[in-house]
Design a protein around this ligand. Sequence first.
Ligand SMILES: [Zn+2]
Length: 561
Amino acid sequence: MPDHRPRPVKLRIVLLLLTSVALYAQQLPPDVILTNGKIITVDERFSIVQALAISGDRIIATGSNQTVAALAGPNTRRIDLKGRAVVPGLIDNHMHLLREATTWLRELRFDGVDSRKQAVDMLRARVNTEKPGEWIYNVGGWAHQQFADDPRSFTREELDRIAPDHPVSLQESYRMVVLNSRGLKALGIEAGKPDPPDFVKGSILRDAAGKPTGLIQGDIAAARAVANKLPRVAPEQLEASAAAMVKDVNRAGLTAVGVPGCDADVLDIFQKWKAQGRLNVRVFCITGTAAAGPEQVAQTIQQIGTLKLFQGDALIDNIAFGESVYSPLHDPMFATKSNPLPDQLAQWKRIALEIAKAGMPLHVHAELHNTIDAFLDQIEAINAEHPIHNLRWMFAHVNQINAAQLERMKKLGMYAAVNPWAVINGGTMHEDFGDAAFDLPPLTTIQNSGIVWGFGSDGTAANQFRPFTTLSFAVTGKMEGGAKVIRQTIGREDALIAHTRKNAYLVFQENNLGSLQPGKLADLVVLDRDYLTVPADQIKDIKPVMTMVGGRIVYEDAVRR
Ligand SMILES: [Zn+2]
């Protein structure tokens, strides 16, 4: 729990500040020094320094080239940054990371692919390497509006031409799935036959003659019905798949992730890596099982008493209950309006009250305007009985939040985990919401409210997961592919703070993570160009050339460095 946690790091920072020179003189030389850089520390003053020293997994000094170089001993490894910009390791406050390990190696991911031609080339390449009959698929993370050259989706016929001998399933966020003929057949969807029972009614689109078009459309449940039938990696491949996923995450600049629903089998692999000193991403689990209906509320309440939070460390821990409390009030993605009913809210409140009584943080999915209002009504009532200040309760996603709601949240000591779905779904959201989509999410309003908030992607199905794509969206208002989809943008410093230092609060690691300061863990990313000065339209193209977690290099682009 946030209030009862030990604070050794803070003490250490104070000591370092008070006794800097003397203490450094008595210390062993650092293991690594990084010099000759533009190190954007993202400390409270947004200081920029040239150099940084690391001992073990922590930063022990920052400053000028001379002061840091003077600390080096004969065995200190020296890394010349050659003038490159460095930022703290990016933190994603809400990403379904572990779940994806079961498919990552098999998926043909389109994250960051903003050309349809490139996507088709990738499909063709996969056809050449995958055995005939094997599935070629992805499970979200893209939408056709991101194709700048030709923003069209795929058709059954086109996929048949590209991949006549492979079943293909391409899922656009949670909006729709396109299947080719082999894919339809493999799922039992055929002309002249009724829809297989385990698909959402009406989600399988057919032409006037009853022939399936290849499109599966509807809400998240419609897409999941397809995804659930796609092959996972073999059990003996799971570790390799998880490793490939973590590598891609590090390559994108991420070093820590808030994970709703940490899957036990993948978490076991992460625990093993941790014990071996080779876990390359920090995982903060948002845990607990929501009640699916009134009859399950007692069970969920009982579960709250058994959940153990904050028993781990800065690599793996459980940090909050979430991301759902009571499933009937879980806003489906792409719904435009919600109507939370009093009896549903009463059940939600019963559970949330127990979470408050247990002194537990809550990280809850809350997207639509009416839902956010209704949850706030419940939380204000709960707060009167059992104060939730200092518990860091937060709403996640919040694309529809407004100024009045942010004000109520601030009064309650709540935080906002902002997950802008429009990064890939901006086109879809404009279809659904019209011009109102220009304020989804209202980033300027959120920033100006003064609430503690940070960025998450909600990847890797609902959204893409790469942080510089999110930062580009925040600064330019443009979705992947370049279409302007929101008008409330923020400055690049505020955007970076929200993806680093503020997110450290959201994952309960502000003493360890989020900025490059003496005493904090050495999680950092060396960039191929300067985030602060590169033209705004190039922020999306920024590539990490080196990523470090706890002082260890976990990703390196040898050519660029
Ligand atoms: Zn959610």
